[in-house]
Ligand binder design. Structure first.
Ligand code: FE
Length: 204
């Protein structure tokens, strides 16, 4: 997809910052954050190329923005063909919007004996669709690229600095948790703040 302008991402970050300034209630953050993410993923001309690169062996998580107070973070997930997450949790609220391609998510529930089992079939999200996770609405799932022959990209916003958050993967057969911290694929983030093109539209 041809990159045109970072502006939609900048506007999303501004709107999310206003939202976390106004409320810390999870239900309200999910309800009011959803249309903001819908607007962001309604166009596909703002994601810098370096945040859209798949890796041959595993999915990638590129940090697009972290709130300075770590109240939220925005991440692009890039899924190569056949790539998937283990069963994992988040420990915070999250909104997941598909920008490009499609992804398949499966929710898990904990059984009385401590094991985990899927809550039904995988749900396929296509470009423009949004899902939500949180400890109160369901926090354990797997996500996979639903396409076998091309990369898919989804944009996630989480309540916290997700790449620096201690959380868990799970063995679904035993329910055994294993601590993990996902980190990010690169040390650089997109520059949201160079407004010179708007001020000097004819500048080279
Ligand atoms: Fe997840």
């Amino acid at each position: 997809m041809q990159f045109k302008s970072i502006e939609p991402l900048r506007n999303f970050v501004i709107d999310m910052t206003r939202l976390v300034d106004a409320t810390s209630t999870e239900a309200e953050l999910l309800r009011k954050g959803r249309p903001l993410l819908e607007t962001l993923i309604s166009t596909d001309t703002w994601l810098p190329e370096f945040c859209a690169q798949p890796h041959a062996d595993h999915y990638q998580q590129y940090l697009l923005h972290a709130d300075p107070l770590e109240r939220f973070s925005v991440v692009s997930f890039v899924w190569g063909p056949g790539q998937r997450t283990p069963v994992h949790n988040h420990t915070t609220w999250g909104l997941i919007g598909v920008l490009r391609g499609a992804e398949a998510g499966v929710r898990y529930q904990r059984n009385p004996d401590g094991t985990l089992s899927p809550c039904g079939e995988a749900i396929v999200l296509r470009a423009g669709h949004i899902d939500a996770v949180s400890p109160s609405i369901g926090d354990i799932h797997t996500v996979a690229n639903a396409l076998e022959n091309m990369a898919s990209i989804s944009i996630h916003v989480y309540g916290g600095n997700i790449g620096g958050t201690s959380r868990h993967t799970f063995d679904p057969h035993t329910g055994e948790p294993k601590e993990f911290v996902s980190g990010y694929a690169t040390d650089v983030v997109p520059n949201l703040w160079d407004r010179s093109r708007a001020i000097r539209p004819n500048a080279v």
